[in-house]
Design a protein around this ligand. Structure first.
Ligand SMILES: Nc1ncnc2c1ncn2[C@@H]1O[C@H](COP(=O)(O)OP(=O)(O)OP(=O)(O)O)[C@@H](O)[C@H]1O
Ligand SMILES: [Mg+2]
Length: 149
């Protein structure tokens, strides 16, 4: 009963600092999930979470790989970035905490709501980081249980 038979994996690259292309990968993932017929409420939550994680790479990391795995049980989005990392994850997870620059705030970012928003929307969420190396984020949506968010 190997799950690999009905599982697929797709890999994306996220470029940093490029605000003109920011959001590109989360849009592609949203469209793919629509094509394969995922429930629209899960797509909405996945799109929000992926967008927030993608923007954090654009703003705070150097580059990232995003791995999307879908099987009948779940959607798993893993984002592994290379960059400055996060020294204090508990602090970064707090609503309102942000190290966004003045320029980022002028563009409407820096409310310090991205990570809390990812956690709220996901069924499972994990973040780990090595300062000076990078950050990894795992975002999971369960497909065969009804969770209203
Ligand atoms: N991938 C990352 N690499 C390094 N630091 C990060 C990363 N993601 C988040 N951070 C740090 O955690 C803080 C909080 O992130 P969060 O997404 O919650 O808020 P924000 O990006 O500052 O503002 P918002 O998401 O509301 O626009 C960031 O300001 C930044 O210091
Ligand atoms: Mg953010």
């Amino acid at each position: 009963m190997g799950s690999s038979e009905n599982e697929f994996l797709k890999r994306y690259e996220i470029e940093s600092h490029d605000f003109s292309r920011a959001g590109n990968v989360s849009t592609q993932i949203k469209e793919l999930l629509q094509e394969i017929g995922i429930d629209s409420s899960i797509i909405r939550r996945a799109a929000i979470a992926t967008y927030e994680a993608e923007m954090n790479v654009v703003m705070y990391a150097d580059k990232a790989e995003l791995f999307l795995t879908v099987n009948p049980e779940r959607i798993h989005i893993r984002i592994e970035d290379k960059g400055q990392g996060i020294k204090d994850i508990d602090l970064a997870m707090q609503e309102g905490f942000s190290t966004a620059t003045h320029e980022m705030r002028e563009m409407g970012f820096g409310a310090g709501m991205g990570l809390p928003n990812i956690k709220r929307n996901a069924d499972k969420f994990n973040i780990s980081s090595i300062p000076g190396k990078g950050t990894s984020v795992d975002i999971i949506f369960c497909l065969n249980e009804t969770k209203q968010k």
